[in-house]
Design a protein around this ligand. Structure first.
Ligand code: HGY
Ligand code: MN
Ligand code: MN
Length: 413
């Protein structure tokens, strides 16, 4: 039996309330740095304060709520996730982990239990990376993984990261002050929805995450020749969108048929001037490869460059492959996995080991501290969609295991 029980009602209530902030008829739109994102951030800060946490916003925009432990000399145990969403996203991705972390604190307070370690609830900013095509910005800033091109990034409308950070209480000119060093955190514990189909299929309420996927993101620009759609003979066209479309199918085949890496996705495509009676003079596609094996991602990049070189010759277009971001895969230690499994068993729940096909802030924090992740089922494995759904019971199960995991970590680390 778990030592303490979370307040399921109160917890699921916060999840539903957060789920209305930044909601549009087509899904959740709390895209990082947006007014909708700020609604969710302010709600999390309100709950953190009500739970008795000392809150602050670091220069990377991360929201940190702190609760002193018995022994202030011990490193901190952190819990958290992110409240930003992809455009037209769901109510549980990230939100579950932040709301559950706050519920854990509230339950410890209700029970008058003070942990040995000081605790921090962290709401990492811009986990999704939608706006600047760079993800895990808050957690990478905290863990020394931010690069100059992150700071120099401009969005599709030419706006830079600096003003966006200022909007949420950050400060790009001193962003390095958000950096935490190895040893400051005893552990980082993250509850997250699986975002895939396996727990929903197996019926296990808990996933013990064994590792987090690596990811390689590219932008490919194709230059052909704009021309009249009505008068230009087919054989003389250099149609950038046709070349882009051929690349889309070839990139899909790389994972689906050639099995070069686990998954490959072209998530965005643009044609210029995007007018039906003009042969597109230029086009661009945004794509990503994922695999826990970094050699597979390197092989995928090699094949991408091979097929684009081929297209340059065969289709007389110019192609520029811009490598955007390589994020390393992260194994989760056997010790931390065992602690999650024991926490699930103490709560009377079955579990299964599961690798994460999604990226998470935990893979950045792993750079400076031991991390552990708990998954709960996503109904039909759907995520990054308004149809994303996890049942109140599954959400409460996750928060309950997170509380038990924290108590185990507090005793053992
Ligand atoms: O894209 C991902 O894997 C995560 O949901 N940010
Ligand atoms: Mn997430
Ligand atoms: Mn996500």
């Amino acid at each position: 039996m778990p030592r303490y029980s979370i307040n399921d009602q109160r917890f699921n209530q916060t999840l539903q309330e957060l789920g209305h902030l930044g909601e549009s008829p087509t899904g959740m739109d709390r895209v990082a740095y947006s007014p909708e994102d700020i609604l969710g951030r302010d709600y999390a800060i309100k709950l953190m304060k009500e739970a008795g946490l000392e809150t602050r916003i670091d220069n990377a925009g991360n929201i940190i709520g702190r609760l002193a432990g018995v022994d202030e000399n011990l490193p901190v145990i952190a819990l958290g996730s992110h409240t930003d969403t992809v455009p037209k996203g769901g109510k549980y991705d990230g939100a579950l982990g932040v709301m559950a972390a706050i519920e854990v604190i509230r339950t410890l307070k209700d029970q008058g239990h003070t942990t040995k370690h000081s605790l921090e609830v962290i709401n990492f900013t811009n986990e999704e990376g939608t706006r600047f095509h760079r993800w895990l910005v808050g957690s990478r800033s905290m863990c020394g993984l931010l690069e100059q091109d992150d700071l120099d990034a401009v969005d599709d409308d030419g706006f830079g990261l600096g003003p966006c950070l200022a909007d949420i209480g950050g400060d790009i000119s001193h962003i390095e002050e958000a950096r935490r060093s190895t040893g400051e955190l005893a552990a980082y514990l993250e509850l997250h929805i699986e975002q895939g189909p396996y727990l929903h299929k197996s019926g296990n309420p808990i996933g013990v995450v064994t590792g987090i996927t690596g990811r390689a993101v590219f932008e490919v620009e194709i230059e052909g020749k704009a021309n009249h759609a009505g008068t230009t003979p087919m054989e003389t066209r250099r149609d950038a969108l046709v070349s882009a479309s051929k690349l889309v199918l070839a990139i899909q085949k790389m994972a689906a048929e050639q099995e070069i890496c686990r998954v490959s996705t072209v998530g965005s495509i643009r044609a210029v001037p995007n007018a039906v009676n003009v042969i597109p003079g230029s086009a661009s596609i945004g794509l990503e490869f994922r695999d826990t094996d970094m050699a597979a991602l390197a092989a995928a990049e090699q094949e991408l460059r091979r097929i684009t070189d081929e297209a340059i010759v065969n289709e007389e277009v110019a192609i520029d492959v811009q490598r955007h971001r390589f994020t390393s895969s992260v194994p989760i230690s056997a010790e931390m996995q065992a602690m999650v499994a024991e926490a699930a068993e103490n709560c009377g729940m079955t579990w299964e080991p599961l690798a994460s096909g999604a990226g998470h802030d935990a893979q950045a924090v792993a750079n400076i501290a031991p991390v552990a992740m708990i998954f709960v089922p996503s109904v039909d494995g759907i995520s990054h969609s308004p149809e994303e759904y996890s049942t109140p019971q599954d959400c409460a199960n996750g928060a309950q295991v997170l509380l038990e995991l924290l108590l185990l970590a507090d005793e053992r680390l």
